[in-house]
Design a protein around this ligand. Structure first.
Ligand SMILES: *Cc1c(COP(=O)(O)O)cnc(C)c1O
Length: 405
């Protein structure tokens, strides 16, 4: 499959803009299906559970689509848990792996019956003292540096996530003295992992810890699988990783004497390349040093370039001609708001529709109302011609709805 959207998809994106305006997020449901099947097929193991990381793209229709494909959910807040239940997931389908939340939120999760991973010794002790008998998982910090950049690498020594592998003696002390029921172990080392070796190395640490627990039912390896952000960009070789991990997992289960579930929590891998963010060029502004294409959006709608330095390919859907120029693409937010610099793009005129690729994950989900801007609408493409509005564009009333004056 080509990195760039086909001509047919480009036409459908323009049709979506015609119906719903800009700025607009559009997701190709068939692409999500494709990624899901590819991920599923990569693991040659019957006891695999794929839990979509809700935070990557939190739209009820998308959650329902993933449910129909057989996915479970990874939730990091009680609101994600509740939305998952509303979307039709059962409590067993949902794994709740929060960090630093209060005890009331844990109580709600217990009442709702979802699976819970604990990532703090103090919380573990609290569970042992107050919620005896509730089966729980433990999030391990394997102390492996992996991931695309420090902001998204979460499994290393300085990370706030997980219980250190060096603290396992304390964990066992709590388990024994408080009668805790540990049913699973979890790790999530970060995002944009390229080095399968680093992932497998962290997995070895998890296997090592797992040996010391008697009655586990799952091992959860989290996520961090990278996708291509440019043509010919390297991505996680999911087939190779799937093969190696499945193989190793089977050997582990044999030695452990029980068939455990292998759980994975892909977010970005399942939805990133299904998503397109469409904006309109308002003006072309020539300065002494730059040609700026000023678009009708900003980092309030797509924060990844400013926040992570992420690269998103940008197409001019209105002009696919030969003549290109070098542009900086900027937003309308009143502070530095740069989507891209020095991009060679077919000549942009006022009114042209530009399309950001890889906008499915952490796009709309991280959007805000900064500068009192309205958040975009979302559209889902499915089948040959299907086009469904799955979130309405915000209005001024939405901005004011909760303000008291
Ligand atoms: C964010 C997150 C994921 C998903 O990460 P991706 O890089 O989007 O695949 C999975 N598990 C947990 C616990 C997370 O916090």
């Amino acid at each position: 499959m080509s990195f760039y959207p086909s001509e047919k998809i480009q036409k459908r994106l323009l049709r979506a803009v015609k119906s719903h305006g800009t700025p607009l997020y559009v997701y190709n449901g068939d692409q999500i299906k494709h990624q899901y099947r590819r991920f599923e097929d990569a693991f040659d193991f019957k006891n695999v559970e794929i839990h979509f990381a809700t935070k990557a793209l939190t739209n009820m229709r998308i959650l329902q689509l993933l449910k129909s494909l057989g996915a479970g959910l990874d939730a990091v807040s009680i609101q994600e848990v509740k939305m998952g239940l509303m979307a039709g997931f059962t409590p067993e389908d949902i794994i709740f792996t929060p960090s630093g939340i209060g005890i009331d939120e844990y109580k709600e999760a217990i009442d709702l019956g979802v699976r819970i991973n604990i990532d703090n010794l103090e919380v573990l002790e609290y569970f042992g003292l107050h919620f005896k008998g509730i089966p729980i998982g433990i999030r391990i910090n394997p102390h492996v540096m992996a991931g695309g950049n420090p902001k998204i690498s979460v499994g290393h020594m300085d990370s706030k996530f997980g219980i250190s592998v060096y603290q396992m003696p304390m964990v066992h002390r709590l388990v024994e003295s408080l009668g805790l029921r540990i049913e699973g172990l979890h790790m999530h080392t970060g995002s944009d992992i390229l080095d399968i070796g680093a992932f497998l190395q962290a997995s070895e640490i998890l296997f090592g810890v797992a040996e010391s627990f008697e009655d586990l039912s799952y091992l959860d390896f989290g996520s961090g699988f990278k996708v291509a952000y440019r043509e010919n960009d390297i991505e996680t070789d999911i087939e190779e990783l799937g093969k190696a991990l499945s193989q190793r997992f089977k050997t582990f289960c044999t030695a452990y004497g029980k068939d455990l579930k292998l759980i994975l929590e892909p977010g970005k891998y399942l939805v990133s390349n299904s998503g397109y963010f469409l904006v309109k060029a308002n003006w072309i502004k020539q300065t002494t040093s730059n040609v700026f294409a000023q678009v009708d959006s900003g980092f309030n709608h797509l924060i990844r370039p400013m926040f992570y330095g992420a690269h998103h390919e940008i197409l001019n859907l209105s002009n696919t001609g030969e003549k290109s120029r070098v542009y900086s693409i900027t937003g309308y937010i009143c502070e530095t708001d740069t989507f891209a610099v020095n991009r060679v793009i077919p000549e942009i005129s006022s009114g042209d529709i530009l399309c950001f690729l890889n906008a499915g994950a952490y796009g709309f989900a991280m959007s805000s109302n900064y500068n009192s801007r309205l958040r975009p609408a979302e559209v889902l493409l499915e089948g040959k011609d299907g086009m469904t509005l799955i979130r309405k564009r915000e209005s001024l009333e939405d901005l004011l709805r909760l303000q008291v004056f």
